[in-house]
Design a protein around this ligand. Sequence first.
Ligand code: NAD
Length: 403
Amino acid sequence: MPVKLAVIKESRPGEHRVAIVPEVAAKLAKAGIDVVVQSGAGAAARFPDEAYVEAGASVTPDEVATLEGAHFVAHVQPLTVAEVGLLPAGVSVMSFLQPLASTDVVEALAARGATAFSLDLLPRISRAQSMDALSSQATVAGYRAGLSAAEHLAKFFPMFMTAAGTVPPAKVLVMGAGVAGLQAIATARRLGAVVRAYDVRAAAKEEVQSLGATFVELDLETQDGAGGYAKEQSAEYLAKQQELLAAEVAAADVVITTAQIPGRKAPVLVTEAMVRGMSEGAVIIDMAADSGGNCELSVAGEDLVVDGVTVVGLTNPPSSMPTHASFLYSRNIANFLGLVVTEGALVPDFDDEIVAGTCVVRAGTVVHGPTAEALGVQVPAPAPGPAPGGGGSEDADDEQGES
Ligand code: NAD
């Protein structure tokens, strides 16, 4: 029996992406995977049902029909508890699960005996780069932030020399120069702005400069953590940083903030006083609004105007460019499937760093330590055992009931 991959419509408000696009569905079909898509699942990302049919996928009328007999469900947002209730026994699910923020969904998945993989836990090692959905979606988000800044600013980004006079270029400050920040820098530069950028990690300097922006150096020690991420900074450090950045912020027409610490609330880089110190018409695009905000005043999903300064709390920016965000996301999923599907059977190797790192629930057991702790359940000691699977051999099917 071939692996059946189900794609149901995203039901969380504001989500326009789809986990598998027709082009990727065609590749998966060629690899022997049966792709089944709920009618309308790709519509908001501009992929009509007919495109899936042409790609060799089946289109089904509703969630129930789509999920029937599925071995693997690909989704962008965490499934809702109600959707988990429709999952067939022994199924595997992959999405951005954000398990610590979705403990109710994790509990439901465990109760259902499912296996759940969370792309936000993917180890950032070179072998996993083609599956790195955090990076692919951060690329879209950074681009979106650059465009959003240009849209909100009542000035040009590029310099204009006209017969009527010369217009100076916009001054953009990007705070946080990781994947999203670098893309925001590149976008603002393409639009002609003069860009300055700052990050606590020392490695960011060269990357910022390679994009033609100026790196802002502060008289503060760098904060490089493990795996290319920043360390969480102390309150004193952040206070000093705010003090040193105040003049940079005041001089900018646009501030784009992207600073994040994995698993923690985003650090506050721009205080209310700093906002009030900016010029009339200045714009702040807070890309960290969904995780608490880098600007003290930002509200996720809202544009506020404070003393003439527009503070935009961007929420789920990749969803506002759903076609290419979905394309990249579904390539990430397909690359993960390439790792866990062998000879037509879904047989994840739970000793593999990527599989183990992303797994939150394994055949009904919560195996992600911090989530298990949050739920007050024990993480089982690692033991060799058969992987829960789907498709392929009888053996693989038998193993689905493992718990
Ligand atoms: P992220 O989204 O966790 O954070 C965004 C940025 O905010 C980071 O650059 C971080 O240093 C910065 N930041 C945190 N606190 C800050 C503060 N107080 N002030 C200013 N900046 C602050 O990070 P990310 O963009 O997902 O990744 C960061 C880096 O990880 C990348 O630039 C890259 O070097 C590395 N990475 C490696 C891989 C891989 O596969 N090897 C994949 C993706 C990213």
